[in-house]
Design a protein around this ligand. Structure first.
Ligand SMILES: [Zn+2]
Length: 475
């Protein structure tokens, strides 16, 4: 960690902890019958020689935890997450094996566009030694926390904005074990989604896990197009597995990824890729405007059978279920995401039966109870005032992924709300997707206002262009 980041960490720690939605009492101190609180211990990784150290700020961690808590609230659960006080942001665990998924070849940055990324950065051999990482994970579990390992190394390389760049690669949640995420785990939905896996949840869509599926995902697993859905239905009927009119049974068997696990209340989900190809998003370019649009909540697939008879199959996946891959829709409004009651039941069962290492503490979070499963009351993305605002220097830069920002409002501790983007600027003509700088707010006049600042981003309802990256700067 460089000095500047360390200072920021230190400066923010007090403000962030004070501003958390609740204060977790010491472990085991049962102060009330209110919410159960589970600690997450973030563990920062670097290569053996210190290179590629993960950059992760407490601010980002808290944004992700707050988002996960908003989702637990929206789901009607009394489980909340907090940052394990034993998390040491100054500490680094050195393990090239854990910190990287692939090894960049010499000269990878000079390769031409169109080169094979898997050749530029071939995967580390499987079964690689992860002893150091295992020890850190085990220590966190023995402390009663769910470990979150944060990688700073190479996940893969990607051609982006005219050159090859390092990418952190995927995040994953190991069943009943720990989370592993790349640094800058951009979308706030990532932590909550991976926590779902740690608690034992499958995806709402079918995985393409088998060799058969990898050969032909359109026929046996995770379709990419509407034509793929048609092929699967035709094959299921011609093989005699289903009557063509048994639509409910067929869709459940072919497209409901977590039904076998016992989650009966998430609708069949043919996977967001079908939505992208059907509604006109270029998913490869990161476009998710149309697949997220409220108007595109369902899809009717017409299938004509060999005898000429036609049937319509209706798909309406729950795009706000966090265990689907629509998880980057409404990114700035994570409050709309949730776990289903069936998913929560699985999580409860596994927490009690398969995760004995987890300590549960209790905190009074009654105001967050939500038995009617209303969306969370505010955006989970919060900007906390840092004491460093008193310096007229750049104190904070945050980047991440956001889509469809419509209006940004910054509420200060003085109770006033400042609008960051005018209505006119939401006009797609005047506010093109390529525009990088959205707004700059001079807070020098506001620097005496210490306290909690809350940023709210309102989604547009589908009309505004997507914004692939967002960045906030306070000067
Ligand atoms: Zn997943």
């Amino acid at each position: 960690m460089n000095i500047k980041t360390a200072t920021l960490f230190a400066a923010l720690a007090a403000a962030l902890c004070a501003a958390a939605a609740f204060a977790a009492p010491p472990r085991g101190a049962k102060t009330t019958v209110a919410s159960r609180v589970i600690a997450l211990r973030f563990i920062r990784f670097a290569d053996d020689d210190g290179a590629n150290a993960a950059q992760v700020s407490l601010r980002r961690i808290w944004n992700a935890i707050n988002a996960a808590n908003a989702m637990m609230y929206a789901s009607g659960s009394d489980i909340r997450f907090t940052l394990d006080p034993a998390t040491d942001p100054e500490e680094t665990v050195y393990s090239t094996n854990h910190n990287n998924i692939c090894v960049p070849q010499d000269g990878w940055q000079d390769a031409p566009q169109g080169a094979d990324p898997a050749k530029l950065c071939p995967p580390l051999p499987p079964g690689r030694d992860e002893k150091t990482a295992d020890e850190a994970i085990k220590a966190a579990q023995e402390g009663g926390a769910i470990p979150v390992t944060v990688r700073g190394g190479f996940g893969r390389v990607e051609w982006h904005d005219g050159r090859w760049r390092k990418s952190g690669g995927p995040a994953w949640g190991v069943y009943f074990g720990y989370l592993d995420i790349p640094e800058g785990f951009g979308a706030e939905t990532t932590l909550a989604h991976e926590l779902g896996h740690v608690f034992g949840l499958a995806h709402t869509f079918h995985e393409c896990g088998s060799d058969e599926c990898r050969r032909d995902p359109e026929l046996s697993g995770s379709p990419l197009t509407v034509e793929g859905i048609r092929r699967q239905i035709l094959a299921a009927v011609s093989s005699g597995r289903f009557e063509r009119t048994d639509k409910k049974g067929m869709l459940a068997a072919l497209f409901d990824g977590d039904l076998a696990q016992g989650v009966a209340d998430t609708p069949p989900d043919p996977n967001y890729k079908v939505w992208g190809s059907s509604f006109g998003d270029n998913l490869r370019a990161g476009e998710i405007t149309h697949l997220c649009a409220p108007a595109n909540a369902s899809l009717d697939v017409a299938v004509t059978f060999p005898d000429g008879q036609k049937e319509i199959y209706h798909f309406a996946p729950d795009r706000s279920d966090i265990m689907g891959y629509f998880k980057n829709c409404w990114n700035s409004n994570t409050r709309y995401f949730h776990f289903s009651p069936g998913q929560l039941a699985i999580m409860e069962r596994n927490l009690q039966g398969k995760m004995p290492f987890v300590d549960i503490s209790y905190a009074d979070t009654d105001t967050w109870r939500n038995r009617d499963r209303e969306p969370a009351p505010q955006s989970a993305m919060q900007i906390y005032d840092a004491p460093a605002h008193a310096q007229d220097a750049l104190v904070y830069v945050e980047t991440g992924a956001a889509q469809r920002a419509y209006a940004l409002e910054l509420s200060g501790p003085d109770g006033k709300t400042r609008r960051l983007i005018s209505e006119a600027e939401t006009d797609p003509q005047k506010f093109p997707p390529a525009q990088k700088t959205m707004y700059a707010l001079d807070v020098s006049a506001l620097k005496t206002l210490n306290g909690t600042w809350t940023l709210r981003a309102t989604a547009s309802g589908g009309a505004a262009p997507p914004i692939a990256k967002w960045r906030l700067e306070f000067r």
